[in-house]
Design a protein around this ligand. Structure first.
Ligand SMILES: NC(=O)c1ccc[n+]([C@@H]2O[C@H](COP(=O)([O-])OP(=O)(O)OC[C@H]3O[C@@H](n4cnc5c(N)ncnc54)[C@H](O)[C@@H]3O)[C@@H](O)[C@H]2O)c1
Length: 357
């Protein structure tokens, strides 16, 4: 039985990390939780206890928790701008880390996390759970089989709504130091899927961001970009938090010589187009939308991360994989502000965006 701790017991932790723990209770035990707001940690412990599992211990200081308890891994689900520092503190205690996305808000911080984990033989995982959506896994098989032939271009569109109530819930959202805008918060999942599908290696990005309708936020509520991959494919990114009056869709489109796939629905969970030689249509064409845009992927993502510890291998979404979408978003920010194409690799941080305000 793998023993885990949890740091940050807010919205995503109480909805999706509790679900992942409960549904994987044959392989993982959440032994302690920590939040600087004790009530949040107690509420999360209540959810675990009410499910019939042993109530985790409650801490308000993660350093104290990681010193006193034994963990195989710790999940970090605090504000994005804290993921780097907390991950480093935890890994320095020789504990594996599974962090919520985005893993950090600068290339330098991401590199430090990756280097430290690799040099010390620790697993660093990132919650890009949409990679585990059943239609996305079907697409993956086609990519790995080479069934598209030559890949041409793809597009990710994230057309959602985040209104003032969402930002009022947590003042860190929409700030450069703790979050970034809609590309970094809502769209990194889809951008990760686009990059994963098209070979993972970007040559250059040209992007534009805007803040159309969220004057109380520092960061963007709209972003767009053209991505040139090293293999010659082109990706198009469109992400918005401005759709009136509510979430519309998140859609990944992939086009190649011998195949066309469109996965849409609320959050890339439904196959809309599936055409290959001798194959048109797919049984996942009528999958229902998940209850929330978070989908159901945290459960299999935990299963993979826990297996990776047991099998002494890397998780599907390790630090290097987790970095790619964040680096793409940082490139879009830099490209938009400097009005130029950004060649990879480069260094940038959301903090640098403050100078452009
Ligand atoms: N994978 C997904 O689909 C998904 C969805 C939503 C949010 N997220 C990510 O999860 C993270 C959290 O988002 P949220 O909406 O749950 O935020 P939230 O504000 O609801 O929760 C954050 C929690 O962390 C706690 N915290 C802050 N500093 C702490 C510290 N030093 N020690 C212990 N606890 C601390 C806060 O008190 C709060 O309870 C963000 O990085 C966000 O991008 C991921």
């Amino acid at each position: 039985m793998i023993k885990m701790g949890l740091i940050g017991c807010g919205r995503i932790a109480s909805k999706k990390h509790t679900e992942a723990v409960i549904k994987n209770s044959d392989i993982v035990e959440l032994t302690a939780v920590c939040d600087i707001v004790k009530e949040n940690a107690e509420k999360l412990a209540d959810i675990i206890e009410k499910s019939g599992l042993k109530r985790p211990l409650v801490y308000t200081d993660y350093n104290e928790m990681t010193e006193k308890e034994h963990f195989d891994f710790v999940t970090i689900a605090t504000e994005s701008g804290k993921h780097h520092d907390i991950s480093m503190d935890v890994m320095k205690k020789n504990i594996n880390v599974l962090t919520e996305k985005p893993m950090a808000l600068s290339t330098k911080d991401m590199d430090e996390m990756i280097d430290f984990s690799e040099k010390n033989g620790l697993n660093l995982g990132v919650c890009f759970q949409n990679r585990f959506n059943p239609p996305v896994q079907e697409l993956r098989k086609k990519i790995e089989n080479g069934d598209f032939g030559k890949l041409f271009h793809g597009q990710i569109s994230i057309r959602w709504n985040r209104n003032i109530d969402y930002y009022k819930q947590a003042p860190w959202r929409g700030t450069w130091s703790m979050d970034g805008g809609t590309l970094m918060n809502q769209c990194t999942h889809g951008i990760d899927l686009l990059i994963w599908t098209f070979g993972g290696e970007i040559e250059e990005i040209s992007g534009k961001i805007a803040n159309f309708n969220h004057p109380y936020n520092e960061a963007e509520d709209f972003g767009s970009a053209v991505v040139k991959f090293k293999n010659g494919c082109i990706g198009i990114i469109e992400g918005t938090a401005d759709v009136y009056p509510k979430n519309l869709n998140e859609t990944l489109s992939v086009f190649g010589e011998n195949g066309s796939v469109v996965i849409g629905g609320l959050a890339v969970n439904k196959i809309e187009t599936w055409n290959f030689q001798n194959e048109s249509g797919h049984p996942f064409q009528n999958l229902p939308d998940p209850e929330t845009v978070y989908g159901e992927g945290h459960v299999p993502l935990y299963k993979d991360f826990i297996s990776s510890l047991n099998e002494n291998r890397k998780p599907l979404v390790d630090g290097r994989e987790g970095k790619k979408a964040v680096q793409a978003v940082l490139a879009i920010y830099k490209s938009s502000e400097e009005n130029k194409i950004i060649k990879f690799p480069f260094d940038f941080s959301t903090d640098e965006m403050k100078y452009y305000l």
